[in-house]
Write a protein of this length. Sequence first.
Lengths: 79, 417
Amino acid sequence: MDRAAVDSSIRSLIEPFNKKNVPIEEGTTFAGDLEFDSLTVMDFVAAIEDEFDIIITMNQQADIETYGQLVDAVNTLQN
Amino acid sequence: MNDHSSTPGADSSGTPAAATDLFSKFDPLIQQREQLLAAGMQDPFSLVMEKVLSPTRAICNGRDTILLGTYNYMGMTFDPDVIEAGKQAMTDFGAGTTGSRVLNGTFQGHRECEDALREFYDMDHAMVFSTGYQANLGIISTIAGKGDYIILDIDSHASIWDGCAMGNAEVVPFKHNDIEAMEKRLKRVPEGAGKLVVLEGVYSMLGDVAPLKEMVRIAKENGAMVLVDEAHSMGFIGEHGRGVAEEVGIIDEVDFIIGTFSKSVGTVGGFCVSNHPKFEIMRLVCRPYVFTASLPPAVVASTATSIRKLKHGSNKRAHLWENSRTLHQGLRDLGFELGTKQAESAIIAVIMPDLERGAMMWEALLTEGLYVNLARPPATPANMTLLRCSLCAEHSAEEVQTILGMFERAGKAVGII
């Protein structure tokens, strides 16, 4: 799966968590723009992990602040 | 360049730089607390017990209060033998050890404590820490190193999370008590990496029990080592009071059991028991064990006595379970929302609609003469506000009925039921 495909897949996964329909751009932040609390983060991460059959450890999550960084990380992890 | 005589924080022009108050990050919490207090409510987190009368009674605000929010499950704090052992040790060994376990801080009492634990759990090794918090902190951060994976329940206790944060392992949480979520994550760990699965027997916020039988089996099938925190089950769950792992028949599969003395045992301290053949090396490499003073002689003497007495506490255990079931059924019949469908442990969590009414209910109960634990986010799962009731084997059947009456009056006054 190339980066564009990863992007589109994550875009559909984020929908149920994006309660306020915040427009998703590369620089959109999870804590600030999307107002994800720790529980939402866990459920969202679990959804991505199951979709791509990967693990995104807490250590890796600590470095992911924006949507673009998440797509990059998943794109790398799937290989 | 390095002029120590200049004003700290001053730049080259001599104007002091604007200081950043490191405490500003706590402002939202300070504000929330002030709002609660401004509404005339008593601060639920600064209650003082002026006098403690027994495991189940204390004087709070000058009033005789029933204690339903301690972890004194087996009522050992006032056991005459436990008190006597402590007094004798204080006389014979002094007030403190003034040293680390690995230097001058191991007295005969520490050894006796570890002997009592080995017998209680029927395991080869036992290591006593100064608190339960340090036991989790030390063991987890030490055994899971760089490149290893810790797979843990998202609702794990703070001491487990802090053990993860202190070490260098990769940390992978899974949804609370979700067997499938745990298994999926275990199977995705890169081949060859070390794996530690961390579980709790009883989760202390809702008082619910983990499906240890399935989880431990799956962990073992996937080549993981397993650590189970049995802090809230020791003394009254399982045939010998060894916890949920014993109750469901998989204790032999568990590599490390973590526990505490500050609950059923009635003192303070923590421990790890294990059958791992190399376990003793922990005493040299585990920093929260090495770089802190050991428990005082009175504490270890009381503890060893208490553990030995807990082995023979089957009548008390049965009464504790009766109390827990009666309270659970009674609160449910009154219309309160509870954390579990049945009583799964000695903790009954009453779910409050929000923090404000939770604090009001807490205060109303205290005015009735009942102390319970108010638990709030971030300590609680799903941002819940909880009134946590923990029962004691020393609560009489009549006291449990009195408690139910207090809950009924307070709940109606606050408008929760």
